[in-house]
Write a protein of this length. Structure first.
Length: 240
């Protein structure tokens, strides 16, 4: 549709008007594209953040629920048969998801800053890109800032007592340190490289947020019912 409109405008420029009018038309169209993309990202990020920051936003959503690090699975398999330890592992999983839910609210102002800075060139690339092109753009612009904002809040949450004066962070670090010590510096088996539960949780929380933002972007691109403003309907309908 955009190509047809541009072709008509070019013919009009050649036949009856100056090319200045074509340039003005193109600039107006570009402005609408940027407004539409910004609307889409504001809507998508707001929805993702609101859903994930709600109670059980991470914990009850299997698509983004944060589990303990995969590299420590050999330990969990052995300890999970011990009732007290099994309960501690369950409480730790709940704690890391609660920490991600607490931190999710930090994303909104960072997303707003990045959305505000989208240029016309960025917008055209995004509009003609893959079904999560806007989400990929946003991830590239915000990931470092989000990590820095999430990490302290997650560390604080994971430092809270979950049982018998033990926090999720301390119990995980002690577990990994003991496991690594028993390996005799990796002689008996490979050591686990990181004992930081907060680093793992922060990375997984951000992965979850961008997954949900991407899901929202796909819905806006594919389903007219999710284009909640006139500008979204106009810009994204023109893709088809």
């Amino acid at each position: 549709m955009k190509k047809i409109l541009l072709g008509i405008a070019v013919l009009g420029c050649i036949a009856t008007t100056s090319c200045d009018e074509l340039i003005n038309l193109d600039e107006l169209n570009s402005e609408k594209i940027i407004l539409g993309l910004k609307d889409a990202l504001v809507h998508g990020t707001d929805t993702a953040v609101a859903n994930l920051s709600a109670p059980d936003g991470f914990f009850q959503d299997q698509a983004v629920k944060i589990l303990l690090p995969d590299e420590a699975q050999p330990i969990y398999a052995k300890l999970n048969s011990i009732p007290l330890i099994s309960n501690l592992l369950d409480e730790t999983i709940l704690a890391i998801n609660r920490s991600a839910e607490d931190a999710a609210t930090e994303a909104k102002p960072i997303f707003v800053d990045a959305i505000r800075d989208i240029t016309i060139e960025d917008g055209l690339t995004i509009l003609n890109g893959a079904d999560t092109a806007a989400t990929s753009y946003l991830k590239g612009k915000t990931y470092s800032r989000l990590f820095d904002a999430f990490r302290p809040k997650i560390e604080t949450s994971l430092s809270k007592e979950i049982v018998f004066g033990i926090s999720a962070e301390s119990s995980y670090a002690n577990l990994i340190n003991t496991y690594n010590s028993a390996s005799l510096n990796g002689f008996l088996y490979d050591e686990i490289q990181s004992n930081s539960l907060s680093e793992h949780t922060t990375n997984r929380a951000l992965k979850g947020i961008f997954k949900k933002v991407g899901d929202e972007e796909k819905l806006i691109r594919e389903d007219p019912a999710h284009r909640v403003t006139d500008i979204l309907e106009e810009v994204f309908d023109s893709e088809n």
